[in-house]
Structures are given as C-alpha cells and as structure tokens.
Design a protein around this ligand. Structure first.
Ligand SMILES: Cc1cc2nc3c(=O)[nH]c(=O)nc-3n(C[C@H](O)[C@H](O)[C@H](O)COP(=O)(O)OP(=O)(O)OC[C@H]3O[C@@H](n4cnc5c(N)ncnc54)[C@H](O)[C@@H]3O)c2cc1C
Length: 350
C-alpha cells in the first residue's frame, strides 16, 4: 500500500510527488493524460515574479522563485530569468513602495524604478511608458519557467528517488475503506493511506467540488521577426495586460478579463475576438506596429475563492485539494507543495 496517491500530473501533482518523495514517503502519481500535458500546465507560459498585490501570495512567490532558481540550475531549459517589469497603476505606487522596502532583497534585487529605466532595458517598449512619471517594479531575477518541462523534470527527479508515476490512467472514484483509501480506475483500484487530489479545473473527485472554480485564460502569440523582439516580461497593472517573450522571435500577450465558471465546458472562447483584444494590449505595450499575429491559446485553470489551495487536508478528509490559483500558480506551486507536505508530516497527517 502507498503512503500517498496523488491524482493529477500537472505542475501541482508533480510538485507534490517530489515533495512527498523528499519527505521519505512512498508516493504514486496517477495522470489521465501525460505528465504536464493534460490541463493548465500544458498551456501556461509560466511567468514567475515575486510582487503580488495579495501579500500572502507574494510570500509564497518569493519561496517559489528561489525554488525555480535552485531546481532550474540542473535544468537550463526550464527557467529563463530574463527580468520582469511590473508597471504600477498610479494609485498603487505608495503601497508597492512599502512592499519593496519590506522585502528581503538580498538575493532578488527587486527595486521600484522610473519606467524610463525599463525603456532603456527594453527598446521595444511603447514610449508612452516613459511619460507622466510612471513607475515600475523591476525584478531582475524574475522571468519565466516552462511549466510542462517543469512537471516532467519534477516527476523524473521524484522517480529517480523511488516515487512512481503512471500516465494514461483516469481515476473514477475515491472510496473510503476501513483503514485505507481505494483509488478506483475502472479496472480495479490502488490502495493508499492518503490521497491528494490535484486535478486542477476538474475537481469532481473532491468532497466539495463546488469550491473549485474554473477560469479560461486566453493568450495570443505574435511574431517579432520584423520588429524589435521584446526582451523582458512586462505587466501593466492599470491596463491589466502582460507580455511574455518566447525564445525564437515570437512572444505572447494576454490580459482579457478571464471568463469564469464552475466547469471548463461553459467557457467557450471566440478566437477572433480574443486576437482583437490581445492585439490592442500588444499595441499598448509595444511601440512598433510591425508584429504579425500567429495564434490564440486557451487554457483552463482551477482556483479557490481566496486563491489559496487548501480545501480540506488529508488530516480531516479522504481527499485534500491542490489546485492552480488562477493564472498565477507557476510562481509558487512547488514551494507551496513543499510547505504543505512538511506541514502535514509535522501534524502526523501523512
Ligand atoms: C493560459 C495560462 C497561462 C498561465 N500563465 C501563468 C503565468 O504566466 N504565471 C503563473 O504563475 N501561472 C500561470 N498559469 C497558471 C499555472 O500554470 C497553473 O496554475 C498550473 O499550471 C496549474 O497546475 P495544476 O497541476 O494545478 O493543474 P493542471 O495543469 O490542470 O493539471 C491537472 C491534471 O489533472 C489531470 N486529471 C484531471 N482529472 C483526472 C482524473 N480523474 N484522473 C487522473 N488525472 C486527472 C489532468 O489531465 C491534468 O494533467 C497559467 C495558466 C494558464 C491556463
């Protein structure tokens, strides 16, 4: 019998598998698709940064960035620390200044800077950003990870230490037996002392599936072959849009207000409308008009009302939950997985 079965092999499941293995637990992860390929993780562009207007998430993000830096040292294709500029809405500059002053910046170097400093670093930036005293948080160590490669790398590392992962297996049900849980797959079952549900926007295995909501996140990709390639991650808080550079002359832009629902099926996206909206955001962020549209990318992310992951932990329920925090999870999922698993161990819940 396994100590823990983790259902779902996205970034959350893979991080939990790695964290369980590090704690010496026997752990098995079961994924319906391929690791990193079945949900939000496959579509995410993985921008990672520390600053977050929700302070408790910023604490997790700081630990998350350290995790990516350390883990990414062995996987150069995983973490690209190209720097990130977060242009502040004018009414939030003072709050952000206090946030930056409170941070332990020894290894991160976060600073509040005039937007003109970002323009010097990023020639493709729209010149409007240098006007009207705009300010930005500059995070030189931030950038992006590849969430799909990260999920694979975390799983491989956990497996090399003795954990197991099976792909192409859909879990149908979790049954409470007298002294263990039975994870049913349609052709039998697997026994475990504890089960963690990490199925993102597909929460039906949970005791309270209605507590997980779903958002569609829509990005557009553009070619930058004929104009300056944006070389930093950019976020504009006032306009609610962002840009994530790719590595081969293309980049991604997003920002449309996410559509929300209880199920992914209700979240159909009109690709033409999405491209029009993201083209508008691209024009806000970049000075040139000579970029060509490539495609629209849609992913569904699960989240809880307060964006924090715990619905019910394995100490008081058959199944804990660990979902994706709506478009921000790549930053802190691995660090949070480690904190959660070690917390459960201390409380004797695993
Ligand atoms: C388009 C997009 C852009 C994003 N950009 C960013 C970003 O820039 N920065 C950032 O920090 N975050 C970003 N995110 C968020 C972040 O990537 C996600 O929060 C994270 O990847 C979610 O991982 P997850 O493992 O919780 O969920 P998923 O990746 O959805 O994984 C759930 C897995 O469970 C499996 N599964 C479901 N049901 C079953 C079952 N019954 N049996 C077995 N397996 C099952 C699925 O196949 C799937 O693989 C973005 C997300 C999206 C969609």
């Amino acid at each position: 019998m396994e100590d823990v079965i983790i259902i779902g092999g996205g970034l959350s499941g893979a991080s939990l598998l790695f964290a369980c293995q590090q704690q010496g637990l026997s752990a098995l992860m079961v994924e319906d698709n391929v690791v990193g390929g079945g949900g939000a993780t496959a579509h995410s562009r993985g921008m990672v940064r520390v600053y977050d207007p929700q302070p408790e998430l910023a604490d997790y993000a700081s630990a998350g960035l350290r995790f990516w830096r350390d883990f990414g040292a062995d996987h150069p294709e995983l973490y690209t620390p190209i720097g990130l500029a977060y242009f502040l809405a004018p009414e939030n500059i003072e709050q952000a200044r206090r946030f930056v002053e409170r941070q332990d910046n020894a290894d991160h170097g976060m600073r509040l800077v005039p937007a003109a400093e970002i323009a010097d670093r990023c020639p493709a930036l729209h010149p409007d950003y240098t006007r009207d005293g705009r300010m930005a948080i500059w995070e030189p160590q931030a950038g992006h990870i590849n969430p799909r490669i990260a999920a694979r790398a975390l799983t491989d590392r956990a497996q090399s230490l003795g954990a197991s992962a099976i792909e192409g297996v859909r879990v149908r049900r979790i049954r409470q037996q007298s002294d263990h849980l039975r994870v049913e797959t349609g052709f039998g079952g697997i026994r475990a002392r504890r089960v963690i549900v990490a199925t993102g926007a597909a929460p039906h295995l949970l005791d309270q599936p209605e507590a997980v909501r779903t958002r569609s996140i829509v990005l557009s990709s553009f070619s930058s072959k004929s104009a300056d390639h944006p070389n930093l991650c950019l976020i504009d808080e006032a306009q609610g849009c962002y840009l994530r550079p790719g590595q081969t002359g293309h980049f991604y832009v997003g920002g449309a207000k996410p559509a929300e629902s209880a199920t992914p099926e209700d979240l159909a996206v009109d690709p033409d409308q999405a491209m029009r909206q993201n083209t508008g955001f691209r024009k806000t962020l970049l000075g040139s008009d000579a970029y060509d549209p490539i495609s629209v990318h849609v992913g569904h992310d699960g989240y809880t009302e307060d964006f924090l992951p715990i619905l019910r932990t394995p100490s008081d329920s058959a199944a804990g939950a660990f979902c994706g925090f709506s478009g921000r999870g790549a930053k802190y999922i691995p660090a949070l997985a480690q904190q959660m698993v070690s917390g459960w161990m201390e409380r004797g819940a695993l």
